[in-house]
Design a binder for this molecule. Structure first.
Ligand SMILES: [Fe+2]
Length: 238
């Protein structure tokens, strides 16, 4: 494994500066790039462009702040690492558009000691992960996964689980929803929180199965006749 990725495994994340090469070239120097769809560009660009669904097709780009999540949580094998490469910092850098990383070890230790029944439930129960708001329209089945596995690897995104449960006929749905909300609370209260405001050409790499991440509110506004916004490229590694 590349020494930088070894550092990510040890620390949960790494923050680097001066990455001037293009995102894909850089990601390929680190390891095997994850491709969600074959033959498609594996780089995802996130640009905050205001509340305009036509110009900004991904819901997460339109959301002022993101909730805690694992990337590609609906995939059988989510990518191991997420590489965020800052192309254009937030116009209100370093106050806005801050990447947030929660290191879960203290949260899991809290569960072990104080809430073992919840820990057991997060490891045992099959939580449904819908792909998107139109999931039921396109898919009959929804994949189900535990939130924590036997090695304490995490797979989580409240926005994929709770809306599905709300509309489902799961017998245990109230219990599952409570568990999701409580887990999110425990993570917010007990995990070690790291905030990284990415400047131009800086990179944040997180261990996608060991931490949860999110992003604070971003700024999108017009200036000098053009849209000012934070723009990052995302690459994922196996
Ligand atoms: Fe993400």
């Amino acid at each position: 494994m590349h020494p930088i990725l070894n550092e990510v495994v040890a620390k949960g994340y790494v923050h680097l500066s001066g990455v001037a090469t293009d995102t894909l070239t850089y990601a390929e120097t680190l390891g095997e790039v994850f491709r969600a769809v074959k033959d498609e560009d594996p780089i995802v660009t996130m640009k905050i462009e205001g509340d305009d669904p036509m110009r900004t097709p991904y819901a997460s780009c339109r959301t002022p702040a993101l909730s805690l999540h694992t990337d590609y949580a609906t995939f059988v094998e989510p990518p191991r690492f997420t590489v965020t490469h800052c192309i254009e910092p937030d116009p209100d850098f370093p106050l806005k558009g801050v990447s947030i990383v929660l290191l879960l070890r203290p949260a899991i230790d809290h569960l072990k000691v104080k809430e073992p029944a919840l820990l057991e439930l997060l490891r045992r129960e099959a939580f449904p992960f819908r792909r998107n708001a139109e999931h039921n329209h396109y898919h009959k089945e929804v994949a189900t996964y535990a939130i924590l596995d036997g090695k304490d690897r995490v797979r989580f995104d409240r926005t994929l689980i709770v809306p599905y449960l709300e509309r489902s006929e799961y017998a245990d749905r109230a219990m599952l929803m409570d568990a999701v909300l409580r887990f999110e609370e425990v993570c917010s209260e007990h995990a070690e929180r790291v905030e990284v405001a990415l400047d131009r050409r800086e990179v944040l790499i997180v261990d996608n199965r060991r931490v949860l991440h999110s992003r604070s509110e971003c700024t999108a506004r017009q200036g000098d006749g053009q849209l000012l916004s934070r723009e990052v490229n995302l690459a994922f590694l196996m």
